[in-house]
Design a protein around this ligand. Structure first.
Ligand code: ZN
Length: 282
């Protein structure tokens, strides 16, 4: 293989780190990364400092590679803040998307988990991740969602969509609010009884149009918080209603068993089949 065909692993990591070693075994892949920064901005005062304090290590999970789990073993620096008027004497450097307070997974893995969770459920996400050799529990998925829900920009247009979603299918549900134009999540609320939605709407009085599911709890919350807002049943839930109505009607009108006469069999006079056929003709 010539160099042009080679995949450069370092291109997937920040410029501020070098790859020291890649260890692959049956358990997965471990990549040893080391920071090569010479200075860093103090997160408190913004002063750039070049004074090293010490190093620290952090193990962070990344997206799996060809189905193998990937752990990054990162060695990064602590710096002294040289600004004498700053009360942050020592701080740990943060490599954007890779290290940071409480971070146990890279931001690209976190984005993947959030997308999956919003389209399935937290437990479903954990099961899919397990198949991909990404080690994450349903509880961790909930923690990631809640942490990111607090970071979501609360600003949105006057058109939103509201629906319920499962933290844990059959057990714990929440409410998701998406911008009606960008379709991006704006807020994740606890419960789906409408009380959290009502509070949220009270703080977002500029909303004019809301698409929602068929649950009466959301309709009631909207009427109480924003009586002027237009409520629209979304297409997915209209289809769902229609299919349920058809299924119920078929269940009511069509018998569970329909006897089909076997025309190919000879009908003998006096046999139960002949008598049945004769009675049907009457
Ligand atoms: Zn400082």
């Amino acid at each position: 293989m010539n160099d042009k065909d080679a995949l450069l692993l370092s291109s997937f990591y920040p410029k501020e780190v070098i790859i020291n070693q890649v260890i692959e075994n049956n358990n997965g892949i471990t990549i040893l990364l080391k920071s090569i920064t010479h200075s860093h901005r103090c997160p408190k005062c913004g002063h750039t400092t070049k004074s090293y304090h010490s190093t620290y290590k952090r193990v962070i999970q990344d997206l799996s590679i060809l189905g193998k789990s990937v752990y990054l073993n990162v060695t990064a620096y602590r710096y002294y803040c040289e600004n004498t008027s700053c009360d942050q004497k020592v701080f740990t450097e943060e490599l954007s998307g890779f290290t940071g307070k409480y971070r146990r997974v890279t931001s690209r893995l976190e984005d993947f988990i959030i997308t999956l969770a919003l389209n399935t459920s937290c437990e479903g996400t954990a099961r899919i991740c397990k198949e991909m050799n990404i080690n994450v529990s349903g509880d961790t998925v909930i923690k990631i969602l809640l942490r990111n829900a607090q970071l979501i920009d609360p600003k949105c247009g006057d058109f939103i969509g509201v629906d319920d979603w499962a933290y844990r299918k059959g057990h714990t549900y929440g409410t998701i609010i998406c911008d009606g134009v960008s379709h991006k999540p704006i807020a994740l609320l606890d419960g789906r009884d409408g009380s959290a939605l009502k509070e949220w709407l009270k703080n977002n009085q500029h909303i004019k149009i809301i698409t929602r599911d068929r649950a009466s709890s959301y309709a009631k919350a909207i009427v109480e918080a924003l009586p002027q807002a237009m409520q629209i049943a979304d297409r997915f839930h209209l289809h769902q209603n229609l299919l349920k109505a058809i299924k119920d009607a078929l269940g009511r009108e069509v018998p569970t068993r329909i006897m089909i006469p076997d025309d190919s069999a000879p009908i003998l006079s006096g046999s139960p089949t002949a008598d049945e056929a004769a009675s049907k003709k009457k």
